[in-house]
Design a protein around this ligand. Structure first.
Ligand code: GRF
Length: 226
């Protein structure tokens, strides 16, 4: 995979389209003095994205690159994204609720330096409406995944996952809130691991140097004794 510079804090760009709560979790994590990454640019393809104001409030540089200005020319839109990221010195990109499909133009350029968060335990429930679909399927565990981006939607080596229980009485909003809280913990962890250069992609699986083993079994419902 592409080599990242040793020593300095990793310069990160975030791509958003909406409210940007994962972006805020990343910004908050990067504020810690010993965090090995810093956010240098937030780009939104949506001029009205609420996350833009939140990034500005946090003192982060923002850009709007509206895909509609590119006459449906995805590669041209993606070249504009890469140009803005490169100009800002970005070394690593986090998609955080970025609602545009990316083609090979972008994905190849940023290969193994581009990650995404998805609100399901991939490879289950790729695409949209994941919480609704998990409820409809009667899943007892649901969750989120941070993964390296590949051209196929919601595919790519998995870095971090968190599982949450699906509880009786859950509706889409309750389940989404439980998953979102887990997302806000997973995404900073994945970025930290990347910035510490502890991730290796081999054969489209991501290996984590020094990750402690966790043998606990997650069960929902929990085992009933007696
Ligand atoms: C999150 O659920 C993320 O997993 C998905 O889009 C949503 C973005 O939410 N890709 P936010 O903009 O980070 O609040």
């Amino acid at each position: 995979m592409a080599r990242l510079k040793v020593g300095a804090r990793l310069k990160v760009g975030i791509l958003i389209s909406g409210r940007g709560s994962n972006m805020r979790a990343l910004i908050a994590a990067c504020r810690a003095p010993n965090f090995p990454a810093e956010i240098v640019l937030v780009i939104s393809n949506e001029p009205g994205a609420a996350g833009l104001g939140r990034a500005k409030d946090a003192g982060i540089a923002t850009r709007v690159i509206d895909h509609r200005g590119f006459n449906k020319e995805r590669p041209a839109f993606e070249r504009a994204l890469t140009a803005a990221l490169t100009e800002a010195g970005v070394e690593f990109v986090c998609n955080a609720g970025f609602m545009r499909l990316l083609t090979d133009t972008f994905v190849s350029h940023w290969r193994d330096r581009l990650i995404n968060i998805h609100p399901s335990l991939l490879p289950a429930f790729r695409g949209l409406d994941t919480h609704k679909r998990a409820l409809a399927a009667g899943a007892r565990l649901h969750g989120c995944t941070v993964h390296f981006v590949r051209v196929a939607m919601d595919e790519g080596p998995i870095i971090v996952q968190a599982a949450v229980p699906v509880l009786a009485g859950d509706d889409e909003a309750k389940l989404a809130a439980r998953v979102l809280a887990a997302e806000h913990r997973c995404y900073p962890l994945a970025l930290r691991l990347a910035a510490e250069k502890r991730l290796r992609v081999e054969g489209e699986r991501c290996l984590i140097d020094g990750a402690p083993a966790q043998e606990a079994v997650l069960m929902n419902p929990p085992p009933i004794l007696g």
